[in-house]
Design a protein around this ligand. Sequence first.
Ligand SMILES: Nc1nc2c(ncn2[C@@H]2O[C@H](COP(=O)(O)OP(=O)(O)O)[C@@H](O)[C@H]2O)c(=O)[nH]1
Ligand SMILES: [Mg+2]
Length: 360
Amino acid sequence: MDIGIFGLGQCGKTTIFSLLTGVSTENEVHRNESVHGIAKIYDERVVELSKIFNPKKTIFANLSFIDIPAFDLSLNSKEKNKIFQFIQNSDAILMILRGFSDDSVAWAEGTGNVLDQFELIKSEFLIRDIEVVENRIARLEENKKKKKPTKEEEREEELLRDISVAFESEKYISQMGLDGKDLKILGSLALFTAKPIIVVTNLDEDEFTDKNYPKRGELIEKVRGNGFSFIEICGKMEKEISNLDEEDKKMFMEDLGINETGIERLSKVVYEHIGLISFLTVGEDEVRAWTIEKDLTAKEAAGKIHSDLEKHFIKAEKIAYDEFMKYKNMSEAKKEGAVKIVGKDEIVYDGDILHIRANA
Ligand SMILES: Nc1nc2c(ncn2[C@@H]2O[C@H](COP(=O)(O)OP(=O)(O)O)[C@@H](O)[C@H]2O)c(=O)[nH]1
Ligand SMILES: [Mg+2]
């Protein structure tokens, strides 16, 4: 999974990317290159379990992010295509909108308020997809003259025609309720409007604390209406927090009445929006969050740890995190009958603590 960070120039993309991944790109990156980095997905449960088990290693789930060069209205079509290629290769998009007004930071051409930026990007994605869909329909038509289309090609054309109709009312593919099979047929087109999108407004400190800035209400309504996720942060404040040592950070956050930073919150929202969940493993060696898709079975989940564990799976011991926290001790939880022994078909839910038993 690669999450592309996209937006106009100077909206805070690189700031957010660096905070998420710890990758510093201060040393001038060419404006045509993207930068990759791995972000830790903040999970309070992992933190709490670590306090209990005191393991040698604590491992969080992670996601890969791409800092995409800025999009702006002055780009020629070749430059634009280059940037769109990075989006094409992203599995989801973090759309950053500049809300902060600090005039010491230059304004990229056509920036406007957050709603203007949102509408601009939204229509750019749509225009790009309309072109791809039209070209593909034309290609399929052309092929039909030469040879009989396959079942899959027939379905693809049908889907593309439905999509064209949806596009006329500016509807995104992600809003069409297509099933996994149909999305797979469309997969090779890498359509932008089918990708999960998380919208971030990057705000001034007072805008952030007062939850008040131009077009906020309208933006939220549109974002929700499109089925995107939405989150507000203050990049400048996040940067300041990241420079504090643990003690000061704790005090600062207590003053603000928050128990996670905006960046931590952001990482979680992205993780959830793209449909990922975590199961947990605990022990003296390691406390760890493992990434899986929803609705996997215990046996399939075991395969994420090691293929041998899946192949030779016997049973799993399972307790939900919240349940475990009533005891904070595994032997105690077992004694009370709170740890269940489950078979291979048991569905794994977010926050399940598992211990896999396999034939070694
Ligand atoms: N005042 C203010 N400045 C910010 C904020 N976020 C980023 N900046 C500054 O805006 C400038 C552009 O940020 P950058 O992350 O490089 O934007 P990019 O062009 O989208 O990658 C930098 O000087 C940042 O320090 C914010 O929330 N408030
Ligand atoms: Mg940048």
